[in-house]
Ligand binder design. Sequence first.
Ligand SMILES: [Zn+2]
Length: 262
Amino acid sequence: MKLPNGLKRLVIVALVMAFLGCSEDQAVVIEDSSDRRIVRFDVASANVYVVEENGHRLMIDAGNPGDEARYEALMRRSGIDPATINVAILTHGHIDHAGTAAFFQERYGIQIIGGTGDQPMIEAAGDVDLCPTSITAQLLHMTLKGKQYPAFQLDRGISANGGVVDLAEFGVTGKIIPHSGHTPGSMVITIGSHAFVGDLIRGGVLQPEVPATHFFMCNLEENRRRIAEILALDGIQYWHPGHFGPFPRSAVGQYLTQQLGD
Ligand SMILES: [Zn+2]
């Protein structure tokens, strides 16, 4: 049967959505060393990370609204009581990264940290223009338009002008790098040899560990420039995106070379 292109894309989007809806929740240990333990919690293909170091716990990103109990269950299965998490750093304010922030803040008193550049987005509870980067993204956009997450206030805003923030104040060895690119208030978190990059780049359903351009981006050029900046950092070997991944540094380098050549 030959389907018109538009319909074919709709079918692809429906299949992707169905896959995301029924993909199994999983916890993956990324590092378990004498220095620290890092676990990735994947619910409906939205990654949340928890970093443990010297008895301190830090969460990166917060997934989609409605998935609170699924993240909680995964954390408890990995021996993490959410009440012992001190702070959650949002890589940006989109719905699939800030969606459960209100819950974790209210229920467990977790301090929420985000970029001040995304303050308008957080005030709009995620309902903002997403700037689709492809036709498939436009179709995905139709399913997201008007969706909002439960409102919350940042306990602390990180300004892009304030420079890098040392995570030592939260008991963890690493940095928050304010990094407008995917959104004005995006931030990258570096810990050891790992960079947690939010939606600066993404993996896909069929090729989880192959870097691809994220579906929604308002300034592609700025985003590429930011990817190059993180690639230039010494000691970062692994990239951990908001969706799928991880990527070795070399794979991101290849992705960027190919993008700049297009
Ligand atoms: Zn995003």
